[in-house]
Design a protein around this ligand. Sequence first.
Ligand code: BGP
Length: 478
Amino acid sequence: MKKYQFPEGFLWGGATAANQIEGGFDEGNKGLNIADVLPGGKERYEILLNPGFDFEIHLDQYHYPNHEAIDFYHRYKEDIALFAEMGFKAFRMSIAWTRIFPNGDELEANEEGLAFYDRVFDELHKHGIQPVVTISHYEMPLYLVKEYGGWRNRQVVAFFERYIKAIFNRYKNKVKYWMTFNEINSGLVMPIQGLGFSIQKEEDKYKSTFQAYHHQFVASAIAVKACHEIIPDSKIGCMILFAPVYSYDSNPENIMYALQEEQLFNYYCADVQVRGEYPAFIKRYFKEHNIELEIQEGDLELIKEGTVDYIGFSYYMSRTEKKVKTDAEASQGNLIGGVRNPFLKASDWGWEIDPIGLRISLNKLYDRYRKPLFVVENGLGAYDQVEGDGTINDDYRIDYLRDHIKAMGEAIEDGVELIGYTSWGCIDMVSMSTGEFSKRYGYIYVDKHDDGSGTLERKKKKSFFWYKDVIATNGELL
Ligand code: BGP
């Protein structure tokens, strides 16, 4: 059996997001954020893809899974001890902006929120685990969405700056790895999550989306510069949802189409954040969609100065494209579109499983940018079964992860600089796209169900012991 060589100090671990694990949605003076008002189940999917939700809480109508989530807010010690038992070197988590600035536009940070993350970071360090912190993971203060229109409004940049300076100053001795916006490019398909839009008017959809992006790019550059100033020994990255785009066949029309989709979805944001300038291809796109950005004096210089140190990205699937496609060919459940790839199997949610696609992604990103890469999300959402004896035999998850880790090993041999792997959902949590608990990713099972019932008890799955061995042998024992 082939043995893979992962670099010394490789950051093995797991990844989470505040709104999907913490719960305690109204504790510690926390304000409401977008995730707090998204219902679970089918409604959520519709809302994500068809913005127009009124963002009010309808307690009598909907179940809000993020309100209690898996109660990490109260159980973080127990959970971190389990991560430590697996040997985690790194734990990716996010800070909820609304714990620090409940409405988003206050002048002073909320001490109770700051103190909560102090406790979490201290607990991680106690176990020798490096926190890797996402500054904004699919949530922003609801107040900023309703009163200011989310990232469409330039004023939000200043509020964000206040937020990041508060957390950099507070945690400068505790957090060395940072990331700005989670899956920043996903706002192209899910503007609610990524850009904080509520109602998108069809007529100004393009303009407002790309204007909001411009504001995020400025905010990201401000964050990078501030991070380097306040925490000189830190590394701050971007976070891209990367899904390599394949042409369905060798028809040049389809190859060109796949290339354009790849440019827009995979590279548009990354080019700005990594190279510090708008890519050449976007000029034509803007012209064809009548987009004229409002760019303030100094913005482009700032973007040039605020380039990231590494590229964090999530990888779940590839995408296969065809210029003209019928509904029957469309891939099922794949949030980012495309047609079904006849060579690939898919998860129960229609996400196509393609480990070679991860090797391809790593090669593409490294060829283009020559910056260290960090796989900060990857994993299999599956239905798990607790057996009569209490065991959870998730061999399908082990197979999935093993194949993807091997693909990373191959990419390292290809010459790619890869610094870490934090698989998604190291502990079961609320699913982002379905708002349900039954789509599980964890090495740790949480007794919590789609209707909100469950004891919240944690149980180790078979994959827990497998991943522990992988980490202990630095990827040799797969
Ligand atoms: C990514 C998000 C995560 C996450 C993961 C799995 O897009 O960054 O927040 O949840 O996907 O998605 P899901 O939970 O919908 O299966």
